[in-house]
Structures are given as C-alpha cells and as structure tokens.
Ligand binder design. Sequence first.
Ligand code: GTP
Ligand code: MG
Length: 193
Amino acid sequence: MLENIEFIKSVYLIKDLPKASKPEVILCGRSNVGKSSLINSLFNRKNLAKTSSTPGKTRSINYYEVDRKFFLVDLPGFGYAKISKKERLHWALLIESYLAESRNVSLAFHLIDSRHKPTELDLKLHELLEYYRMSYSIILTKIDKLNQSQLAKVKRDITEIFPGLDIGYNLFAYSSVKGTGKKLIIQKLASIY
Ligand code: GTP
Ligand code: MG
C-alpha cells in the first residue's frame, strides 16, 4: 500500500493529458499551501515533487502513478499574485477544463493552510468540486505551526464554513514536516481501490 510512486509527466495543455485510464486522486488548493510537500512526505521522498517557499512553484498538472494502480495529480496552485494576468488566466482555464473533463477523479483533496481562513478562491474551488460532483476531502496543512487549542478552533471553524465535514472521513489535519495525520490520509487513499 502506497509503496511505489513514479513521476509520469507534466501537462501544460489539456490535449496532453495521459491517455491511460486509471483512477485519479487530485491535489488542489492555493499556491504554497503544501500540495507538493504532501506528495513527498507521504512517500518519504525528498525531492520527487518540486517544492518552494516561493509560491507558484508548480505550474503544470503533474502526474504521478502510485503502485501502478492510480494517478496522483498535483495541480498548479491558485491565488498567486505575482504572475502575469495572461498566465493566471491560462492556469484558471487549465484547471477548470481539467475538472470539466472529470475523467476518472475518484477523490479530490482540497488543501487549506491551517493558519489562514479559506479565501474567496477556496470557496470557488469548493463550489467547483461540488458542481462537478467530485468526492472531496479537505486537508488542513502545516498544523505543526499551531498548538492544540488553535487546531481545535480551526477544525471547528472549517466545519462551519463547509458543513458536512467529518474528521478522519473527509477532513484531515496534516503536517508534512512532522508526518502528523499521515496514517489517516493513507487510509483514505487506500479506500479508493
Ligand atoms: P505551488 O506549487 O506554488 O502551488 O505550492 P505547493 O502547494 O505545492 O506548496 P509546497 O509544497 O511547494 O510548499 C510551500 C512551502 O510550504 C514550502 O516552503 C514548504 O516547505 C512549506 N510547507 C509545506 N508543508 C508544510 C508543513 O506541513 N509544515 C510547514 N511548517 N511547512 C510546510
Ligand atoms: Mg507545488
């Protein structure tokens, strides 16, 4: 279970999505929220997915294959201000058309930085995931930055904003640095096949 991960390809245009049909688990959320770090830490790989403290590191849809069973898909982050309008539009279109294709998305992980309130764009993304009837989970990231009572409050607040979230089922709290929450996320991934 979650033993082998292999980089397949980076996609910049929808027409270049892999032809192979496998279940897909997608990682989406704001730029810098920790999507690429999640991949590395789940598989104990330091630099498989490129990460950066500068937002906007991942600019393509990156496909990984796990245990030859499903694709793990690292989507480019949104909300990064320091890029040209043209490039931002390209990103938005790429992600929307990716979701619209809906292909074989078995699960969408929407990552939200536990230190920050969900933004307008998080609400938009949530709407999109609901609109396309995706099965989604929210992962609160970087929880190593919070103490227990702060974390408890964040969990309460997030379930108010997005009703219907259940901790351990479709709401997770994670630290890529410490590995906190890893077991539950791996269990969730295991449930798709
Ligand atoms: P884009 O590719 O720009 O969309 O960003 P991303 O969501 O892939 O974020 P990335 O994984 O590159 O992480 C951004 C920054 O946050 C890096 O400096 C990471 O080291 C840091 N980071 C990620 N996860 C954690 C975490 O769990 N705890 C802490 N303290 N820092 C983290
Ligand atoms: Mg990234």
